[in-house]
Each structure stands twice: as structure tokens, then as C-alpha cells.
Design a protein around this ligand. Structure first.
Ligand SMILES: Nc1ncnc2c1ncn2[C@@H]1O[C@H](COP(=O)(O)OP(=O)(O)OP(=O)(O)O)[C@@H](O)[C@H]1O
Ligand SMILES: [Mg+2]
Length: 153
């Protein structure tokens, strides 16, 4: 059931400003998806494993904001977001900074329908903003939460 739910979420997010692994196939309980690599064939690191310089940190925070707002614009939040469920893929178009890829999506939450939807939305934002703020990035969880609530349909 979890694999089916994740398959549904990955399909729903294709195409979308939120980059997720491309869903390849789903068969009974087996889900095959795009392998996000680090450019050298190894798995891309989780956000929790990287040590971005201040400029890269700002770029990644901006990407995170776009992810939260794009999901919110469809009425959703990830539901289990943390620096462990965001991978940092090599930057696109030669950018020296990485690109965030969202993984681990079986519990995608409908913020409006779910009775705890707003709590999930806030928790997702706070989990990641705390990581950024600990590294001295300008990452304000409450203002991003307010922005996300404002774009919920
Ligand atoms: N598409 C992918 N490409 C590369 N690595 C991946 C991919 N999906 C998952 N991983 C790696 O596997 C780890 C676990 O993935 P995921 O979070 O989806 O599984 P999980 O069973 O929910 O694990 P956890 O309980 O640790 O969150 C990720 O943190 C990442 O390192
Ligand atoms: Mg995970």
C-alpha cells in the first residue's frame, strides 16, 4: 500500500516545479524510480550530509521555499519532510550549487482535507528551516508557513 501511495504521489508530481525521482514502474508491491546520483554514479547525498557554503545555502533555501509553495499551491505538503528526505543532486545548467530532489513521498498530505494538515505543513517547514537556521541561513519558518497558507487553494 505504501509503494502504491508513493507511486501515486510521484506520478501526480510529474511534471511539476517540484523535482522528484521519475516513476518508472509499479508492480504489485515493487516500485522502480529514477536513481538520483551525485554525478559520479553514487547516490546523491541527503541535505543532512552536505556542507554548503553560505551562497549555496541561500540557493538551497530558495529552492526549498519554491518546493513548499508549489506543493501548497496544489493543496499538499510532504508530511515527513526533513533534511533526510531531500537529496542534493548536481546543479542544473552548470550551476555550482546543488538541486534539491524530494524523496520518500508515500504520505503526501492534503493540507485542507486532513484534520492535522496545517500541523503537518508547519512541521515540514520547521524541520528543514531549523537545519538551515543552524547553519546561519536566513530561513524564517513562520513567514514561509504564512506564505504557504496564503497559496493553498
Ligand atoms: N531515487 C533515489 N535516488 C537515490 N537515492 C535514493 C533515492 N531514493 C532514496 N534514496 C536513498 O535512500 C534513502 C532512503 O530513502 P527513503 O527516504 O525513500 O526511504 P525510507 O524507507 O523512508 O527511509 P527513512 O525511514 O530513512 O526515511 C534516502 O535517504 C536516500 O539516501
Ligand atoms: Mg526517508
Amino acid at each position: 500500500m505504501w509503494a502504491r501511495a508513493e507511486w501515486g504521489a510521484l506520478v501526480q508530481l510529474q511534471p511539476s516545479p517540484v523535482r522528484v525521482p521519475f516513476p518508472v514502474s509499479f508492480d504489485s508491491n515493487e516500485l522502480l524510480m529514477e536513481f538520483i546520483d551525485d554525478g559520479e554514479g553514487n547516490a546523491a547525498p541527503r541535505l543532512a550530509q552536505v556542507r554548503p557554503d553560505p551562497e549555496a545555502l541561500d540557493t538551497l533555501w530558495r529552492q526549498f521555499r519554491e518546493i513548499v509553495l508549489a506543493l501548497a499551491a496544489t493543496g499538499h505538503t510532504h508530511g515527513d519532510l526533513s533534511p533526510y528526505n531531500l537529496l542534493v543532486a548536481p546543479g542544473v545548467d552548470g550551476s555550482p550549487h546543488g538541486q534539491l530532489v524530494v524523496i520518500d513521498l508515500p504520505q503526501l498530505v492534503d493540507v485542507v482535507v486532513n484534520p492535522d494538515g496545517f500541523d503537518y505543513l508547519r512541521r515540514d517547514i520547521v524541520n528543514v528551516a531549523t537545519w538551515f537556521a543552524a547553519r546561519r541561513a536566513q530561513a524564517d519558518a513562520e513567514s514561509l508557513f504564512a506564505e504557504a497558507v496564503a497559496v493553498l487553494y
